[in-house]
Design a protein around this ligand. Sequence first.
Ligand SMILES: *Cc1c(COP(=O)(O)O)cnc(C)c1O
Length: 381
Amino acid sequence: MTWQQRITTALDKRRAEQAFRTRIVGECDAAGFIHQGVRYRNFSGNDYLGLSRHPAIVQAWQQGAQRYGVGSGGSGHVTGFHQAHHQLEQTLAQWLGYPRALLFISGFSANQAVISALMQKEDWIIADRLSHASLLEAASLSPATLRRFHHNDVDALKTLLEKPLQGQQLVVTEGVFSMDGDCAPLAEIAAAKHNALLMVDDAHGIGVLGEDGRGSCAAAGVKPDILVVTFGKAFGLSGAAVLCSEDIADYLLQFARHLIYSTAMPPAQAYALQTAVAVIQQAEAQRATLRRHIAYFRSQMAGIPLSLAASTTAIQPIIVGDNHHTLHLAARLRERGMWISAIRPPTVPPGSARLRVTLSAAHDERDIDALLEALYDVTRQ
Ligand SMILES: *Cc1c(COP(=O)(O)O)cnc(C)c1O
């Protein structure tokens, strides 16, 4: 097969499966998505607390850019590690109760860095089978063996952990699952892990759950060996941090290539994130609004013949199954002014295509009512 044939065959297959992905030019404002001059109500975002346009955070980024310029100028290992990064790492470590925090440019790179730096050939990565692509991809690229356990099944995890092994074991899960919205049984997993290291990716829990928004682990009273938090969701910015012990942090600084061979985040962004942490700590009103929206949406969905997943978080997926039907529903909802993504395999397991509804504190009751009305309408066509 030539290169050209290989590429067109793959594209044709994607199209035939109704799984072809395209990007859409648009702009998010608080609870809306503007596309080709039309404003839709946005139920696809991850800006759970509505902070992406928070005036104090926007102002901090502007101030940071004025003071420090727009780029870091290098890897953190050379000249790119600024006082703003150092302070943010200390603030995060203190807030989340860890000796150390290390900043990364994204959650994707943080997950790749941790797994590729830690894992060796004789080791096992024992991961929930619905873990995020960045985790599973890092695991399958690493020399270690990837063992996936049935979603949230602690007994299945225990069975894998009991296998005698030459090397070490890393248990991987998420606080809140990104495509399902359900939470991992973190306390049971932490109790079961024995000598394994536990790594929890809390991209969707940080800022939203737990006291002061400390996330899923704080809510469950668990302190994993490695906690990954990301700033592209509830924080409303982007970037990530790994929370860990002194020794693991020092080890990552030696061996995590994503840190060493990559330009550090702009110090202005770290400065804005510092303000975002302070805003998140005080965001109890936004968290309460979000909880109210979730409860209201779920109670009203009881009267609509659609299959809502069992989730208590801002991610409220409606499982449809068939790709074509999911796309059809998303298009009908769009005609009614609702922006909701149709999530299809391979992002989710085959036969479980879904409308991934996400709620935000930036929505108001009218937004939720409009969504419910639109969902009701499309089931009657
Ligand atoms: C979004 C997400 C990531 C990736 O984080 P980015 O900062 O967007 O790269 C990692 N893990 C989970 C569970 C996510 O939802």
